[in-house]
Design a protein around this ligand. Sequence first.
Ligand SMILES: C[S@@+](CC[C@H](N)C(=O)[O-])C[C@H]1O[C@@H](n2cnc3c(N)ncnc32)[C@H](O)[C@@H]1O
Length: 392
Amino acid sequence: MIFFAPCPRGLEVALADELRAIGATVLATPPGGVRFEGDESIGLLANLHSRIASRVLQQVASGPCRGEDDLYRLAHDTEWERWHDPLLSLRVDTTATGAQLPNVPFANLRVKDGIVDRLRERFGERPSIDRQRPARRVFAFADADACTLYLDWSGEALFKRGWRREGADAPLKENLAAGLLALSGWTPEQPLLDPFCGSGTLVVEAAMIAAGVAPGARRRFGFERMRGFDRAAWDRLRRPHAAPAPAAPRLFGSDVSEAAVAAARANLARSGVADGWVRWRQVDVLHLAEAPATAGLLLANPPYGERLAVKGREALARPEQFWPAFASLLKQRFAGWSAALFTSDTDLPKHLRLKPARRTPLFNGALECRLFRFEMVAGSARRSPAAGSDAG
Ligand SMILES: C[S@@+](CC[C@H](N)C(=O)[O-])C[C@H]1O[C@@H](n2cnc3c(N)ncnc32)[C@H](O)[C@@H]1O
């Protein structure tokens, strides 16, 4: 079987590594996803274990496309009855880049007509169309001369693990957070701190990795309503597992906002990971008196401009003052650590007056971002009054 797993742009190679680890054969890594091959169990495992994929789609047809009639024929000639029960609702999404299909809504209609006509001929009934909460999704991708049809196995997008209920300010998507952990080279033995943790996405994802909890362990999938779905085999694959918490946590999340820390705590509780994996704190980052370990990774997506909140040091609340103060803190208290900061502000190194060892381009939805990595070399500390020394 051939599958395509879309993912946030910039994470294709990390996703390919993840898919190889579950036994998939990677065929290609075009921008925005990975094409791979494997049997049915690989499709199930990719849904269950991929932390970076947005969905897992099975390629069900591919053919030349010179116009809407070709699309209709391709959809009509595909054996949808193998997978789809006509009583279940359907949604079709078409992406067309070639000049052959200038009217994309019409092209989408023709794919939908092809599927619906086929199912009506086979079963005497036609599925209803539901754009809000469809039981099954089909994706059509057409370029200059070919069209490919995909059957979605995931249902709800895979970044919805089921643990997030408490929102906070601008939360990261769970699969983007997992991708940032992969790109930053973090391993579970390494201490990790997010001092701008918000709803805790980076820390909760790290905790799930460290505790060995599969991202899909607590949710349902579209394939569970596919014809011929083998529930017993699926139950065997997804046997729940969570390692007990270590004696001393290596994962740390903090935020200036009390509400954000409460949300992060509640999110962790729903993730299937024991409480003892993470130490949470409500603290202004500039009040951090010391790093939580001698070396580790500080990973965060820091706030932008007016989102900065500084307690008791209003003089530092403006970005021009905040970032140099944060850089001094890194140099003084985080010597030996790596700091990986994910931001859409391409000038962040300039504000920090630090030279990044690496800058990785990435997309957060349509927003172009960077993951900047700074090595806080031991011995580079200089005293700066801005970082302060109050205990926190
Ligand atoms: C972009 S959000 C982080 C979102 C987070 N990654 C998530 O997925 O939910 C930035 C966070 O920085 C926090 N923040 C702003 N100023 C801060 C400060 N001085 N110290 C610590 N946290 C601060 C905000 O409360 C906000 O939760």
